[in-house]
Design a protein around this ligand. Structure first.
Ligand SMILES: [Mg+2]
Length: 237
């Protein structure tokens, strides 16, 4: 891959501790917040798998949240049907991931937006192509990470592992978001084993162990994190 982008643009790379951690939900929430603040957003899902024609996709969700800038295919120029790692999903269709388009498709947004939100595929060290990991694309783009986790039991270990590995790779983490996927259910919300309490206690412990990184919880189905974060400021680094 080419040298890192010289002039850093305001943006965030939304990644996760694992697949299905809630990246799209968090990225859409960030986009809606920025739009409400009057900031011109760009949005990119450089590659997606598990995309079925006619069914709602991550890219569609992100595009709608961003107020439909440009076109849906500009959001996600490379989409594949099978729910597998992108390079395997591509191979199943006799195709390969275009690494130049992976990069240029993201950078195309910088000309028309004040703040670019990029959603990766899978976790930070999940592969994108035979050669590249999500972490490699994030490093190339040079924008800080938002690390998303489901906030389920084990979140402290998953988040610390991802953040320490990000640091070793030279990547800056702007914030951690525990996106509480599980609804509260019948348990008392304040019981130590309730999903909300596990996420809140996890966030507190992560913040204590990573004092330089903003940590927030996105309660189940909520539209704003607790505490609220200034996404545009984080995007400007
Ligand atoms: Mg997603």
């Amino acid at each position: 891959m080419k040298a890192p982008v010289a002039s850093r643009f305001p943006g965030l790379f939304v990644t996760a501790t694992d697949t299905d951690a809630g990246k799209t939900f968090v990225a859409a929430m960030i986009l809606r917040t920025l739009v409400a603040e009057g900031i011109g957003v760009g949005v990119s899902k450089p590659v997606a798998s598990g995309v079925i024609a006619g069914a709602p996709s991550d890219a569609q969700t992100l595009w709608e949240a961003a107020g439909r800038p440009r076109t849906l295919s500009a959001v996600c120029p490379q989409a594949f049907a099978l729910p597998l790692a992108p390079h395997h999903a591509a191979r199943a269709e006799g195709r390969t991931i275009d690494e130049t388009l992976l990069r240029e498709g993201v950078l195309a947004w910088t000309a028309t937006s004040e703040c670019l939100i990029v959603e990766g595929a899978g976790g930070l060290f999940s592969p994108l192509t035979d050669r590249l990991l999500n972490a490699d694309l994030a490093a190339d783009l040079g924008v800080p990470l938002i690390v998303v986790d489901s906030g389920r039991l084990g979140c402290v270990g998953r988040v610390l592992a991802t953040c320490f590995a990000a640091e070793a790779r030279g990547l800056g983490v702007a914030a951690v978001v525990l996106s509480q996927i599980d609804p509260g259910g019948p348990i008392d919300e304040d019981a130590p084993t309730s999903p909300g309490r596990i996420a809140r206690d996890g966030a507190e412990e992560i913040a204590r162990r990573l004092p330089r990184i903003a940590v927030a919880v996105l309660p189940h189905a909520a539209t704003v994190t607790a505490p609220p974060l200034d996404w545009f400021r984080l995007a400007r680094g």
